[in-house]
Design a protein. Sequence first.
Length: 253
Amino acid sequence: MLVTFLIYGALEFWFNIKRKQGTQFKYNGRFAADKPSDVFMFKSQNINNMIRSFGTGVPIWTAYEVLILWCYANGWGPWTTFAEHPVWLIAFALMLPLYHEFHFYCIHRLIHIPLLYKYVHSVHHNSVNPTPWSSLSMHPVEHLLYWSDALIHLLLPSHPLLLLLYNLQITGTGAVVGHVGFDKMVLGDKTAIDTHAYAHYLHHKYFEVNYGDGLLPIDKWTGTWHDGTKEAEALMNARMAKKRARLNAKQAA
């Protein structure tokens, strides 16, 4: 909870409370806090997102950690030490970000199935103009799916502290990368840090592009990549037109 509050809260404070750089490099010129909406609790996107993050997000994150450590303590699930298997554990550590990306893409495509989207994933997509607090603002079912990538540590030899906690941190704190709402964080007249948030911002804008975070080119392989160019826009529109035509033909039949 403290890690989430410090990291997400610091970014929220910089970009959206103090508005240190105004709308410079901001994807959407509006600030979410300036626009009350009935889709959010208390008509506030930020209050709604914080309640969901700390109400079910952090507890489910914690529950996965407790469950897997309990399994280790009771002899369920393989774990080892760096003294016994250093090469494997180093390789596993290097693989985890790629595994997380693949897992995220798979569950993300799953919850875009119309039924799951309507009752589960739409909660996250209500934040069309995302902020750092939008990152973990999900339906509890999505939280359960999102952190389920940690279950791999009950299948493959792992390390309870160095790798399990590392995996959970990638999943928990890494979510903020795509939700800051700014392309760059300006730190001075000549210094700006890329946020790498654009691809996921476009997902929130268009819904059916950029299901992954971009670490693996899965969206390029599956034809759902959008990089903001006119060419990508045309491909998305053509794909959506074909989808609508198939749906219309199915309804007519």
